[in-house]
Design a protein around this ligand. Structure first.
Ligand SMILES: *Cc1c(COP(=O)(O)O)cnc(C)c1O
Length: 382
């Protein structure tokens, strides 16, 4: 069997149709979208069409879409911009302990500038409890930022309930939807969010492009860059036309295929979960058993050393990860798993399998066979 890629939460291959668009806007249609000549107008038109596709995909109007350099920038822009523009109203931010570092470290940076933060611990499935959010709100709270789905354990957060609460209390609500968009429905009004982040390379688009949705009339200010008037003065710098057009294409594909693809992936995911928890002694599913992403299966092992497992899988041509790609190689156990109460010695032995559009049932079967044989080699006797 050729190589198997089970690491789509880290990044995805570019969809062939998006690659065609990318290439077209890198070569023939290379104009600067701010130029008023033919080349510029062609680029401008393509950007605005892409903006409409993204807006349609999340049920908003296209003026509320800002293109960024990725999920990290969208998270930074959302939180910084909201905090600075509302500091006259208060200085308190609520987030969770299982956020991506793009959110967690942005909030932590703000606490060095006079803001305060409540970093809520999740339950053992990685879910934030709405009552905990309610209890953390003070009259100084200006922002709640809670991710839609967790990248390490696949747990889906109860955003609709948190959104309702935020609205009742007049507090802005941001979500990092980088892992959820394209995999489960992401409709801004159903979730009740005011700001939302998306990244291109997690949804079969290129790296280095992302989206910040900013609800109309949100009190927010541009804080990151000084420069030109692009994106209606909200994000300076010449637009990444190839990336934007490719992102529009994959957003459109996501809308058309999300439901069918989710059904297909859930079957593969559940076969993985069943196979691993039944066959491997001391294997535990991490994250929520049902409220989880269709493509996401994550585990901890009591009797198998995590790094050796990944190494052996790699030797057999299987790409998986221990959790977050960004923390790979660090010796610290995952902040997500430890926040969920998993002991550090077990949190070290984690495995994340994240599926995508090219994965097949055959690959899952083959994987389970390979894993069983590796487990026999590596298993320390309990
Ligand atoms: C990958 C990821 C990001 C960062 O997105 P980039 O486009 O790589 O900057 C942010 N949040 C989550 C949940 C992610 O998985």
């Amino acid at each position: 069997m050729s190589k198997i890629y089970f690491d789509h939460s880290a990044t995805t291959p570019v969809h062939p149709e998006a690659a065609v668009e990318l290439s077209r806007f890198l070569t023939n249609n290379f104009g600067n979208p701010t130029s008023s000549h033919y080349f510029g107008r062609q680029a401008r038109k393509a950007i605005e069409e892409a903006r409409e596709k993204v807006a349609f995909a999340i049920g908003v109007s296209s003026e509320e879409i800002i293109f960024t350099s990725g999920g990290t920038e969208a998270d930074n822009m959302a939180i910084h911009g909201l905090a600075y523009a509302n500091r006259h109203r208060g200085n308190h931010i609520i987030t969770s302990a299982v956020e991506h570092h793009a959110v967690l470290n942005t909030v932590k940076a703000l606490t060095k500038e006079g803001f305060t933060a409540s970093i809520l611990p999740p339950d053992r499935y990685g879910r934030v409890n709405v009552n905990d959010v309610a209890a953390a709100i003070t009259d100084k709270t200006i922002l709640i930022t809670i991710m839609h789905a967790n990248n390490e354990v696949g747990t889906i957060m109860p955003l609709t309930e948190i959104g309702r609460l935020a609205k009742e209390r007049g507090i802005y609500f941001h979500t990092d939807a980088v892992q959820s968009f394209g995999k489960i429905p992401v409709r801004v009004d159903d979730l009740g969010v005011d700001l939302l982040s998306i990244s291109g390379h997690k949804i079969y688009g290129p790296k280095g492009i992302g989206v910040l949705y900013l609800r109309a009339k949100t009190r927010w200010e541009q804080t990151l860059f000084h420069g030109g008037a692009q994106e209606q003065l909200r994000r300076a710098g010449t637009e990444n036309t190839p990336g934007i057009v490719a992102l529009g294409k994959v957003a459109e594909i996501a809308v058309n295929e999300q439901e069918r693809e989710a059904d297909r992936l859930i079957k593969l995911r559940d076969n993985l979960i069943k196979g691993i928890t039944q066959k491997i002694k001391g294997a535990h599913l991490t994250g929520h058993p049902t409220e989880r992403l269709p493509n996401h299966a994550s585990f901890c092992f009591e009797f198998i050393e995590g790094e050796s497992l990944l190494l052996k899988l790699d030797q057999r041509g299987i790409a998986a990860s221990s959790g977050a790609a960004c923390t790979a190689g660090s010796l610290e156990p995952s902040h997500v798993l430890t926040a969920m109460g998993i002991p550090p010695e077990i949190a070290h032995n984690s495995l994340r399998l994240s599926l995508g559009r090219d994965n097949t049932e055959l690959e899952v079967e083959y994987f389970l066979k390979v894993l069983s044989s590796i487990a026999e080699e590596l298993q320390v006797n309990p």
